[in-house]
Design a protein around this ligand. Structure first.
Ligand SMILES: Cc1cc2nc3c(=O)[nH]c(=O)nc-3n(C[C@H](O)[C@H](O)[C@H](O)COP(=O)(O)O)c2cc1C
Length: 201
């Protein structure tokens, strides 16, 4: 059964992005086709220092190990000032050069006021430049009215979240030529040439 790592780029106590990841974790308990594990420690990562890539601080090494230990990752990150939340970019920068994300199936989502278009653009580009395979993206606009007591309760949004998860799980479970077209259908939307990934199967 694929193990999906859940990485949240918001530390807000009532984070909408965390609420979406909580929904995915809850869904996993009812769906025996995948399981989830929270990726922890993003808030404690130091500012990226390129000279420490090969001998990083232990918190960074642990962060890399957590991602190495899962079959795929769903990253949920806010958009701040028309860009990806800096803490999330910093965390991804620590993975550059470690090949942690190379050929790792991922899904990217952003819950935020306008739907996280800029955050998703930044996420897909950064992930692709690290060799990760982004098989699904989802922007959730105006998330607060879609939540009750800190949980996603909006049916259409819950369905979109389930669909995002299904696409990632399917890509993990079914290696083969269909992966290339699934990846291309996402990255081409962001102007990324599928050829940069080399062989995808
Ligand atoms: C400093 C700041 C800048 C923001 N900039 C944007 C933005 O550019 N686009 C957007 O859609 N939402 C923006 N927002 C709203 C966030 O997307 C919204 O607060 C979202 O719920 C944050 O995610 P979280 O609930 O997981 O913490 C901004 C919020 C803050 C605090």
């Amino acid at each position: 059964m694929p193990l999906i790592g859940l990485l949240c780029g918001s530390f807000r106590s009532e984070s909408a992005n965390q609420a979406v990841l909580n929904l995915i974790a809850t869904n996993a308990l009812k769906d025996s086709t995948y399981s989830t594990r929270e990726i922890c420690g993003l808030a404690t990562l130091p500012t990226f220092r390129p000279e420490q890539v090969d001998s990083p601080p232990e918190v960074v090494a642990d962060f890399r190990r957590q991602i190495d230990g899962v079959d795929g990752v769903i990253i949920a990150a806010p958009e701040y000032a028309a860009g990806l939340a800096g803490s999330t970019k910093n965390a991804l920068d620590w993975l550059v050069g470690s090949s942690t994300l190379y050929r790792k199936p991922v899904a990217a989502l952003s819950a935020g006021t306008t739907g996280g278009h800029h955050a998703l653009h930044d996420l897909v580009h950064t992930l692709s430049w690290q060799g990760a395979w982004t098989f699904a993206v989802l922007g959730i606009a105006a998330p607060l009215p879609k939540m009750t007591n800190g949980a996603i309760t909006h049916d259409a949004t819950a369905n979109e979240v389930a669909s995002l998860t299904t696409k990632l799980v399917r890509a993990i479970r079914e290696p083969g030529p269909s992966r290339r077209s699934a990846l291309n259908s996402v990255v081409s939307t962001y102007g990324i040439d599928i050829e940069r990934f080399g062989e995808v199967n």
